[in-house]
Design a protein around this ligand. Structure first.
Ligand code: AHR
Length: 471
């Protein structure tokens, strides 16, 4: 008989509040992510079929315009009437700038997502970044006046601003590969941007522990978030290796968390004796402002149009468990990306589909949170589990990553009512939704209530289950 595993919930051990902003999305001027993805450039409108699918994901945050493209992106090209067509020097093709800041804001509004903009620290200037803050957030000034003239009287109140993107990456040949250069520039960008709007929250570029240590040490009085980009992948013909890769991501989170914990709180953020701003009120948090699964062999620009199997969906659920378990230190996360590029949603000229990875994200966003609590699992390596509560209901998120083994479970938790199970699965870990069969969904979803008093559950092979019970 298969071995029984124990899941024990420690309701008295809080792991922190799961920030609603961990459920963000990322869109970039890259391949068919925007044009041909969220936007129909023939009809000059957002694609309604795609919008409906993104809306169902209920993203709380939307990051734009990149990503690597940030290194060549100039926001002024994308506002007003006369917009130049620019070569996309990073990803290839052209950007006619039909989607720019105002269109992005409109998309974020339609989604109910908070906007998150990333500024150009490679070929841009600090002044340009500060002018973007003015365009978005000010009521007065030349750029605020331009925004009004472009039909947007009210400021957008953009709170989240990324200072650059992957600036440490040598292969991107950005301007600031040495952390000392980044730190120097980031102070200057931050100062000019905060002179425009002192309330902006700044996301600093992170990388390996050594870079992060230096950036945190020098910038932490003005650093609200340190960014980590967490892309998992699997080895050829070894689907289980995906989970080893994802475990390395959790290790990177824990290393960064320890570095943050060692910082001493700032009293004041002082750019000089003249420019002083309130110190951040909260401890530095981690912004996982790009996360996802990046497999070789995709199509399209830079082979980034990847088909995702059900195994990848198990990976996404594992990632979400990691975010929940590390809730105390993860302040936001944006999934890279949204449409066509490493994406849960794929399009062709006439239709769009949800890939397998779409479904766990939708389920977690709907049911989990807001307080993360400790949970231990014994008896198997196959399971990955997180637990959360709103004070009235206990929610367990259980992923059985084994492609063959069914795991009988003993649930050790004091609950007052029967468990309701929300079960996602597919016929095999290789199952995929593709545009070749747009009407076929390989992912099954079942909701059922377990018998009153039941303290056991069977986690089917390659399954994702959310169990909920009243406390
Ligand atoms: O998401 C695709 C790319 O991955 C982004 O542009 C970059 O930031 C990362 O390397």
């Amino acid at each position: 008989a298969p071995k029984t595993a124990d899941i024990t919930v420690h309701l008295d051990q809080s792991l922190g509040t799961i920030a609603p902003t961990i459920y963000g999305q990322f869109i970039e001027h890259l391949g068919r992510a925007i044009y041909g993805g969220i936007y129909d450039d023939q009809q000059h409108r957002f694609r309604p079929d795609v919008l409906e699918k993104v809306q169902r994901l209920r993203p709380t945050l939307l990051r734009y315009p990149g990503g690597t493209v940030t290194k060549i992106y100039h926001w002024k090209d994308g506002v007003g009437k006369n917009r130049p067509v620019r070569k996309n020097l990073i990803w290839g093709g052209y950007d006619n700038n039909h989607v720019g800041t105002d269109e992005f804001m409109e998309y974020a509004r339609l989604l109910g997502a908070a906007p998150f903009l990333t500024v150009n620290m490679s070929t841009g200037t600090a002044e340009e970044a500060a002018e973007w803050v003015e365009y978005c957030n000010a009521t007065e000034g030349d750029y605020a006046t331009q925004r009004k003239a472009n039909g947007h009287p009210a400021p957008y109140q953009v709170k989240y601003w990324g200072l650059g993107n992957e600036e440490a990456a040598k292969e991107d040949a950005g301007r600031l590969q040495d952390p000392r250069d980044y730190i120097k520039q980031a102070w200057y960008y931050a100062k000019l941007m905060k002179l425009q709007d002192p309330s902006v929250q700044l996301i600093m570029v992170g990388d390996k522990p050594d870079w992060n240590q230096q950036v945190l040490q020098e910038l932490h009085p003005i650093c609200d978030y340190i960014a980590l980009h967490l892309y998992a992948s699997s080895k050829p013909s070894d689907p289980a290796s995906l989970f080893t890769s994802i475990a390395e991501m959790e290790a990177a989170i824990k290393t960064t968390a320890a570095q943050i914990a060692a910082l001493t709180p700032p009293k004041v953020a002082s750019f000089s004796k003249w420019y002083r701003f309130p110190a951040r009120q909260q401890p530095v948090k981690i912004a996982v402002d790009e996360w996802g699964i990046w497999e070789n062999g995709g199509r399209g620009a830079y082979d980034l149009e990847v088909d995702y199997t059900w195994n990848h969906a198990l990976g996404v659920a594992t990632f979400l468990n990691i975010f929940q378990r590390n809730a105390a230190v993860i302040g936001l996360a944006t999934w890279a990306q949204t449409v066509n590029v490493l994406a849960p949603i794929m399009t062709n000229g006439t239709t769009s589909i949800c890939q397998t990875i779409y479904y766990p994200l939708e389920l977690y966003r709907r049911l989990c949170g807001p307080q993360s609590v400790a949970v231990t699992t014994t008896g198997t390596e196959a399971l990955d589990v997180s637990a959360s509560t709103d004070g009235k209901t206990l929610t367990l998120a259980i992923v059985n990553r084994d492609s063959k083994v069914v795991v009988p479970l003993k649930l050790n938790a004091k609950v007052a009512g029967p468990w309701t199970a929300h079960e996602l699965n597919a016929s095999s870990i290789e199952a995929m939704n593709t545009l070749k069969a747009p009407d076929k969904n390989v992912v099954s979803y079942k909701q059922r209530t377990l018998p009153a008093g039941a303290t056991t559950y069977t986690a089917e092979a390659h399954s994702i289950t959310i169990l909920q019970a009243k406390l």
